[in-house]
Design a binder for this molecule. Structure first.
Ligand code: OXD
Ligand code: MN
Length: 599
């Protein structure tokens, strides 16, 4: 046996008795093991090897069409007291749900191997790293966890005989009878449960093999369970990218940023600045754990080791550094397959391939009229392969965070960028972070969907208590050196419905302003909503943007903001009396400042 950790051994035995796998395999995390598992998955018909000359050591996987995304309505957060979970989570009584799930797990791994994956979220042995162990009957999960986290023997060694770990039990829920032929993507589409028991803490997942439902280190551990730990222990587990930005003088700061899904987190995290002499380097694209150091400085680690990125829309134009990360050693899920054994997805190239096999395994041409790749098709790529990975991305001490950005997709009302007055006001801005519905969604256009701190699907406890935790941060150390908080909006549209701001690499111009504010070099104008750049505050050298557009991007329309106030109050009402009084005061104060400013 690879470990003497009795708690771990007992739990693996109990799980094996319940799930009844044919075999148990303890993952060592080696390349040799990885090769064997990938070869097995090819033989099983789950993995399609890609063209060795084009994408060495890479595989395409096509999932069951009934298992293509995170299932929020089947995700449960189960403390004993439902108030702890809050209205932002689906709650079930933990005793009842465990009984229900035990019945499902009973014999669920028959005909399969149970893999034991010891994994570390964060560099192995780092002070703020945390260990989990995932038991799974899916090779796809093992191979993806190996990219997304650090797995294997070194983690067991770091765990030691008495170390603590979060047990994560996963099954696709598709036992095989003797002689029964397997399908390429086993799952149990009608019985999915993604359950979190924060008081244990433990994670039980059943029925899905996809992404955040099955790679339990990511959303389940690093956000939902970790947010509960962070609250108890006085740190922050956030749905944020982390980047380093260096000016032409070589001065560097680190920034963390929270945007809801589909707002370009990965693109910002590894952008190529258009401003000459500026450099952006990536620490992480999705999750950020922040702890105070003994100087009162918040320092961040990326608990992950890979990118599980949305493929469609990723191109040399939108994210060249992501494209350059994908040269080898990647897993692709639900992308299309080209005749020369490569992958393709919508907007990857200007010209689509003349023909391909769609993610549904069907012949596809541009005339087919359906998407070749699933809209949630993904790549799983080692972060170490990113050409702009930050030199300190695995520093066990983390990187010092000087600024936090919030933002959403706001075609109207919200300016390009502004700064919060202080930490409390910045927290308030995070709580009212929202995206507007667009024509792409059914229902009315322009409705605000609030996603506070981009954590609505990922906060493992009551959202109101989470706001209070944010407010408590500066009081936790003697001399806090809090990051400055900013709000950005790349998606502002003109009255004629075009995007006023070009986005992508041009966002470096906004990051430049953020740096200059942090360094005390940029002026700002006090407005009812916060501190805005002065006219000319944003460097537009070489950018062909009309003065009127720039003016609109940096204007505060008090009437438009006032129109949003009732929706903000409704949003708060959803969380009842758990919303801290300070947040209501901020909302009242905002309304008052807007009324004074409105003509
Ligand atoms: C993700 C998400 O996959 O936020 O990162 O849904
Ligand atoms: Mn995410």
């Amino acid at each position: 046996m690879k470990t003497n950790n009795q708690t771990l051994l007992n739990w693996v035995n109990e799980a094996a008795e319940l799930c009844q796998p044919d075999a148990i395999h303890w993952c060592d995390g080696t390349e040799e093991e990885n090769q064997r598992l990938c070869a097995q998955a090819v033989q099983d018909g789950t993995f399609i090897p890609l063209n060795e000359a084009k994408r060495p050591n890479s595989f395409l996987v096509m999932s069951d069409p009934a298992d293509v995304a995170r299932v929020e309505d089947r995700t449960f957060v189960c403390p004993s007291d439902p108030r702890e979970a809050g209205p932002n989570n689906n709650w079930r009584d933990p005793v009842d749900l465990k009984a229900t799930m035990r019945q499902l797990y009973d014999g669920c791994m028959r005909g399969r191997t149970m893999y034991v994956i010891p994994f570390s979220m964060g560099p192995v042995g780092a002070p703020s790293a945390k260990i989990g162990v995932e038991l799974t009957d899916s090779i796809y999960v093992v191979v993806n966890m190996r990219i997304m986290t650090r797995i294997g023997t070194e983690v067991l060694e770091a765990l030691g005989d008495h170390g603590e770990f979060v047990p994560c039990l996963h099954s696709v829920g598709a036992p095989l009878e003797p002689g029964q032929k397997d399908v390429p993507w086993p799952c149990n589409a009608d019985n999915k449960y993604i359950a979190h028991f924060p008081e244990d803490p433990s994670i039980w997942s059943y029925g899905s093999g996809y992404g955040g439902n099955a790679l339990l280190g990511k959303k389940c551990f690093a956000l939902r369970i970790a947010s509960v730990m962070a609250r108890r222990q006085g740190w922050l587990a956030e749905h944020m990218l982390i980047l380093g930005i260096t000016n032409p003088q070589g001065e560097k700061i680190y920034v963390a940023a929270a945007f809801p899904s589909a707002c370009g987190k990965t693109n910002l995290a590894m952008m190529e600045p258009t401003l000459p002499g500026w450099k952006v380097e990536c620490v992480g694209d999705d999750i950020c754990w922040m702890t105070f150091d003994d100087q009162g400085q918040l320092r961040a680690i990326n608990p992950e080791a890979g990118f599980f990125g949305v493929a469609p829309g990723t191109s040399m134009r939108s994210n060249p550094n992501a494209m350059r990360t994908l040269h080898s050693n990647c897993i692709y899920t639900n992308c299309a397959l080209t005749p020369d054994g490569d992958v393709w997805w919508e907007d990857m190239t200007d010209e689509p391939p003349a023909e391909a096999t769609s993610w549904l395994g069907q012949p596809w041409t541009p005339a087919t009229g359906t998407k070749a790749a699933n809209p949630n098709a993904r790549y799983t790529a080692p972060a170490s392969q990113c050409p702009v990975i930050d030199p300190a991305w695995e520093d066990p001490a983390g990187v010092p965070i000087s600024a936090i950005l919030f933002g959403g997709r706001r075609p109207s009302t919200v300016p390009l960028c502004f700064e919060a007055f202080n930490w409390q006001h910045g927290t308030f801005l995070g709580t009212i972070q929202a995206s507007e519905t667009t024509a792409a969604q059914a229902g009315r256009v322009g409705i605000l969907r609030y996603d506070p701190m981009a954590m609505l699907p990922f906060c493992g406890y009551n959202m109101g208590d989470y706001f209070a935790h944010w407010l408590s941060m500066p009081g936790r150390v003697a001399q806090p050196n809090m990051p400055r908080i900013f709000f950005v909006n790349w998606f502002r549209k003109s009255d004629e419905d075009y995007y006023l701001w070009p986005g992508f690499g041009e966002n470096s111009r906004v990051l430049k302003w953020v740096c200059e504010r942090v360094q005390g070099r940029a002026q700002a104008i006090e407005t009812p909503i916060g501190l805005l750049p002065v006219p000319d505050g944003i460097d537009t050298t070489g950018l062909n943007i009309p003065d009127e557009d720039m003016e609109e991007l940096l204007s505060v329309d008090a009437q438009a903001w006032l129109k949003d106030i009732p929706a903000m109050r409704e949003h708060y009402a959803r969380f009842g009396d758990t919303i801290p009084a300070a947040m209501h005061q901020e909302l009242d104060a905002l309304e008052q400042r807007l009324r004074q400013a409105a003509p």
